[in-house]
Design a protein around this ligand. Structure first.
Ligand code: HEM
Ligand code: MG
Length: 236
């Protein structure tokens, strides 16, 4: 069908977001990952995952993507790896890019992902408690390799939102509970795990639902701010 999973080809653009990559792999976004507009992103996250098109958190993210390119009204998925606009340190599934340009902040990294993958031992689900603990653990591990990483309130907020995204898109958005198997396929294969029993959320995932999950994840975390002021990179 039009929305079957297909692996990207060598010339297709993919980026640091497992959500948008998955939507491109299923044809909810252009499979080449290019010339993506804000409207296309809002339609795709609704059609693929049942996120409310009016969700301001997601609308702002989709609009911030435009700052990662010199184009006026569209971007490629790889553009989103521009460090400091949306892309940040201490990700769940990608390494950091260092000030000298070394490091890969774009491609899935199994070593990085193992913190999330192995979280909440003894259970077959992830939840807001494990998501908060995972954010803290990833930050602590990352600081060993990258002591100068950027960790202000901005990064903390974005990281908590992203955790609400995988819990709600792969699981029950009200409870914030998602099966480990489905979350792992989503990150590792950037595939909707339909064959494994995933269904698109029957509940419209609204700003209120995401805000609630994000707030609870932040409360359950032991985060403290690193040095520096929140900053948004405005252009490549
Ligand atoms: C991470 C962009 C929507 C799930 C990211 C990152 C970017 C991004 C640039 C990399 C941040 C980093 O880890 O350094 C966007 C834009 C969106 C969007 C522009 C437009 C609305 C979504 C949706 C989902 C999603 C709908 C879920 C279905 C995630 C997750 C991460 C992430 C789980 C964290 C990855 C990690 O920490 O390794 N997103 N995203 N995103 N995104 Fe998206
Ligand atoms: Mg990152």
């Amino acid at each position: 069908s039009a929305h079957e999973w297909q692996a990207p080809t060598a010339t297709d653009s993919r980026g640091p977001c497992p959500g948008l990559n998955t939507l491109a792999n299923h044809g909810f976004l252009p499979r080449n990952g290019k010339n993506i507009t804000v409207d296309m992103v809002m339609d795709a996250i609704h059609d693929g995952f049942n996120f409310d098109k009016g969700t301001l958190i997601l609308r702002v993210a989709a609009k911030l993507g435009l700052l990662t390119t010199d184009e006026i009204d569209n971007y490629m998925l790889e553009d989103l790896a521009l460090h400091g606009t949306l892309e940040h340190d201490a990700s769940l599934s990608r390494s950091d890019i260092f000030p000298d340009g070394s490091g890969d902040n774009l491609h899935f990294n199994e070593t990085v992902f193992s913190t999330l993958a192995n979280s909440n031992p003894g259970s077959d689900v992830y939840n807001i408690t494990s998501a908060a603990a995972t954010l803290d653990q990833r930050l602590a591990l990352d600081m060993i390799e990258h002591p100068d990483l950027t960790n202000t309130i901005k990064e903390f907020f974005v990281r908590a939102i992203e955790s609400s995204f995988y819990l709600s898109a792969m699981g029950d958005p009200i409870k914030g509970v998602a099966k480990k198997e489905l979350v792992q396929i989503f990150f590792r294969e950037e595939r909707l795990p339909i064959a494994e029993g995933w269904v698109r959320s029957p509940v419209l995932i609204t700003n209120e639902i995401l805000g609630n999950l994000t707030g609870r994840i932040q409360e359950l975390s032991n985060w403290t701010s690193g040095p520096g002021c929140p900053w948004i990179r405005l252009q490549p």
